[in-house]
Design a protein around this ligand. Structure first.
Ligand code: SF4
Length: 216
């Protein structure tokens, strides 16, 4: 079997798998959750995003994500929010460009927390919605997920490319159908500053009148 085909399949069979899906926001999660449910897989959704500031923005993204999970009757788990801890891993990387080392550390921070929760609560497969946006670097997200899962025996990372199989198009459709709040910066204060500096010239998928693209 080709590696890409292998990665598209969950690393354990449906009978055996307990999937925890780390979710960064509703726009990135919508098509993935819909596809999983259609495939007969019902993940628990773990919202762990201490990167997001300000807290009002965090609340908005969390509530939108929970609203969509409620639609499918999926378990929604909110992790403890600790931006101070997140700032520790961003230290020294304040001026890094997006997709640079700060983002790598950010993925590792969030996916480590997700993997730890999975391990403590009987999940054996972990995936994330982080890689659904074309503004995210798969070559950062997947190694971060592999690294996090390898810290916990028995936990498997699912490196599926969530932009394939029509999911990229479906992503935009669901955003419009659901009227999701669709943020115009990735989440941290550094991405917010970059977004503000770029102003209306920011290169994004313009989806809603509110703003542009999530998780730039
Ligand atoms: S730009 Fe996004 S991925 Fe990168 S550090 Fe900030 S919040 Fe994390």
């Amino acid at each position: 079997m080709h590696n890409r085909d292998k990665d598209a399949q969950m690393p354990l069979g449906k009978e055996e798998a307990r999937l925890l899906l780390h979710a960064c926001c509703a726009p990135c999660s919508g098509a993935i959750i819909e596809a999983l449910v259609k495939e007969g897989i019902r993940p628990a959704v773990f919202f762990s995003n201490s990167n997001i500031v300000p807290s009002s923005e965090y609340d908005l993204r969390r509530d939108e994500c929970r609203r969509y999970c409620d639609k499918y009757g999926l378990d929604f788990i909110e992790d403890e929010y600790s931006h101070d801890d997140w700032r520790v891993i961003a230290s020294g990387h304040e001026n890094d460009p997006e997709r640079g080392e700060r983002c790598m550390q950010c993925f590792r921070f969030r996916l480590h927390r997700a993997a730890r929760y999975a391990h403590r609560n009987g999940y054996n497969v972990l995936a994330t919605t982080l890689a659904s946006s074309r503004w995210k670097d798969l070559s950062q997200v997947n190694p971060a997920g592999e690294w996090a899962c390898n810290l916990f025996p028995g936990l498997r990372w699912w490196p599926r490319n969530w932009r394939k199989g029509g999911l990229q198009q479906r992503r935009g459709e669901i955003i419009r159908e659901q009227g999701f709040y669709n943020q115009n910066y990735c989440g941290c204060e550094f991405s917010l500053a970059s977004s503000r500096a770029a102003g209306s010239s920011i290169s994004c998928e313009i989806i809603s009148p509110v703003n542009n693209d999530p998780e730039i």
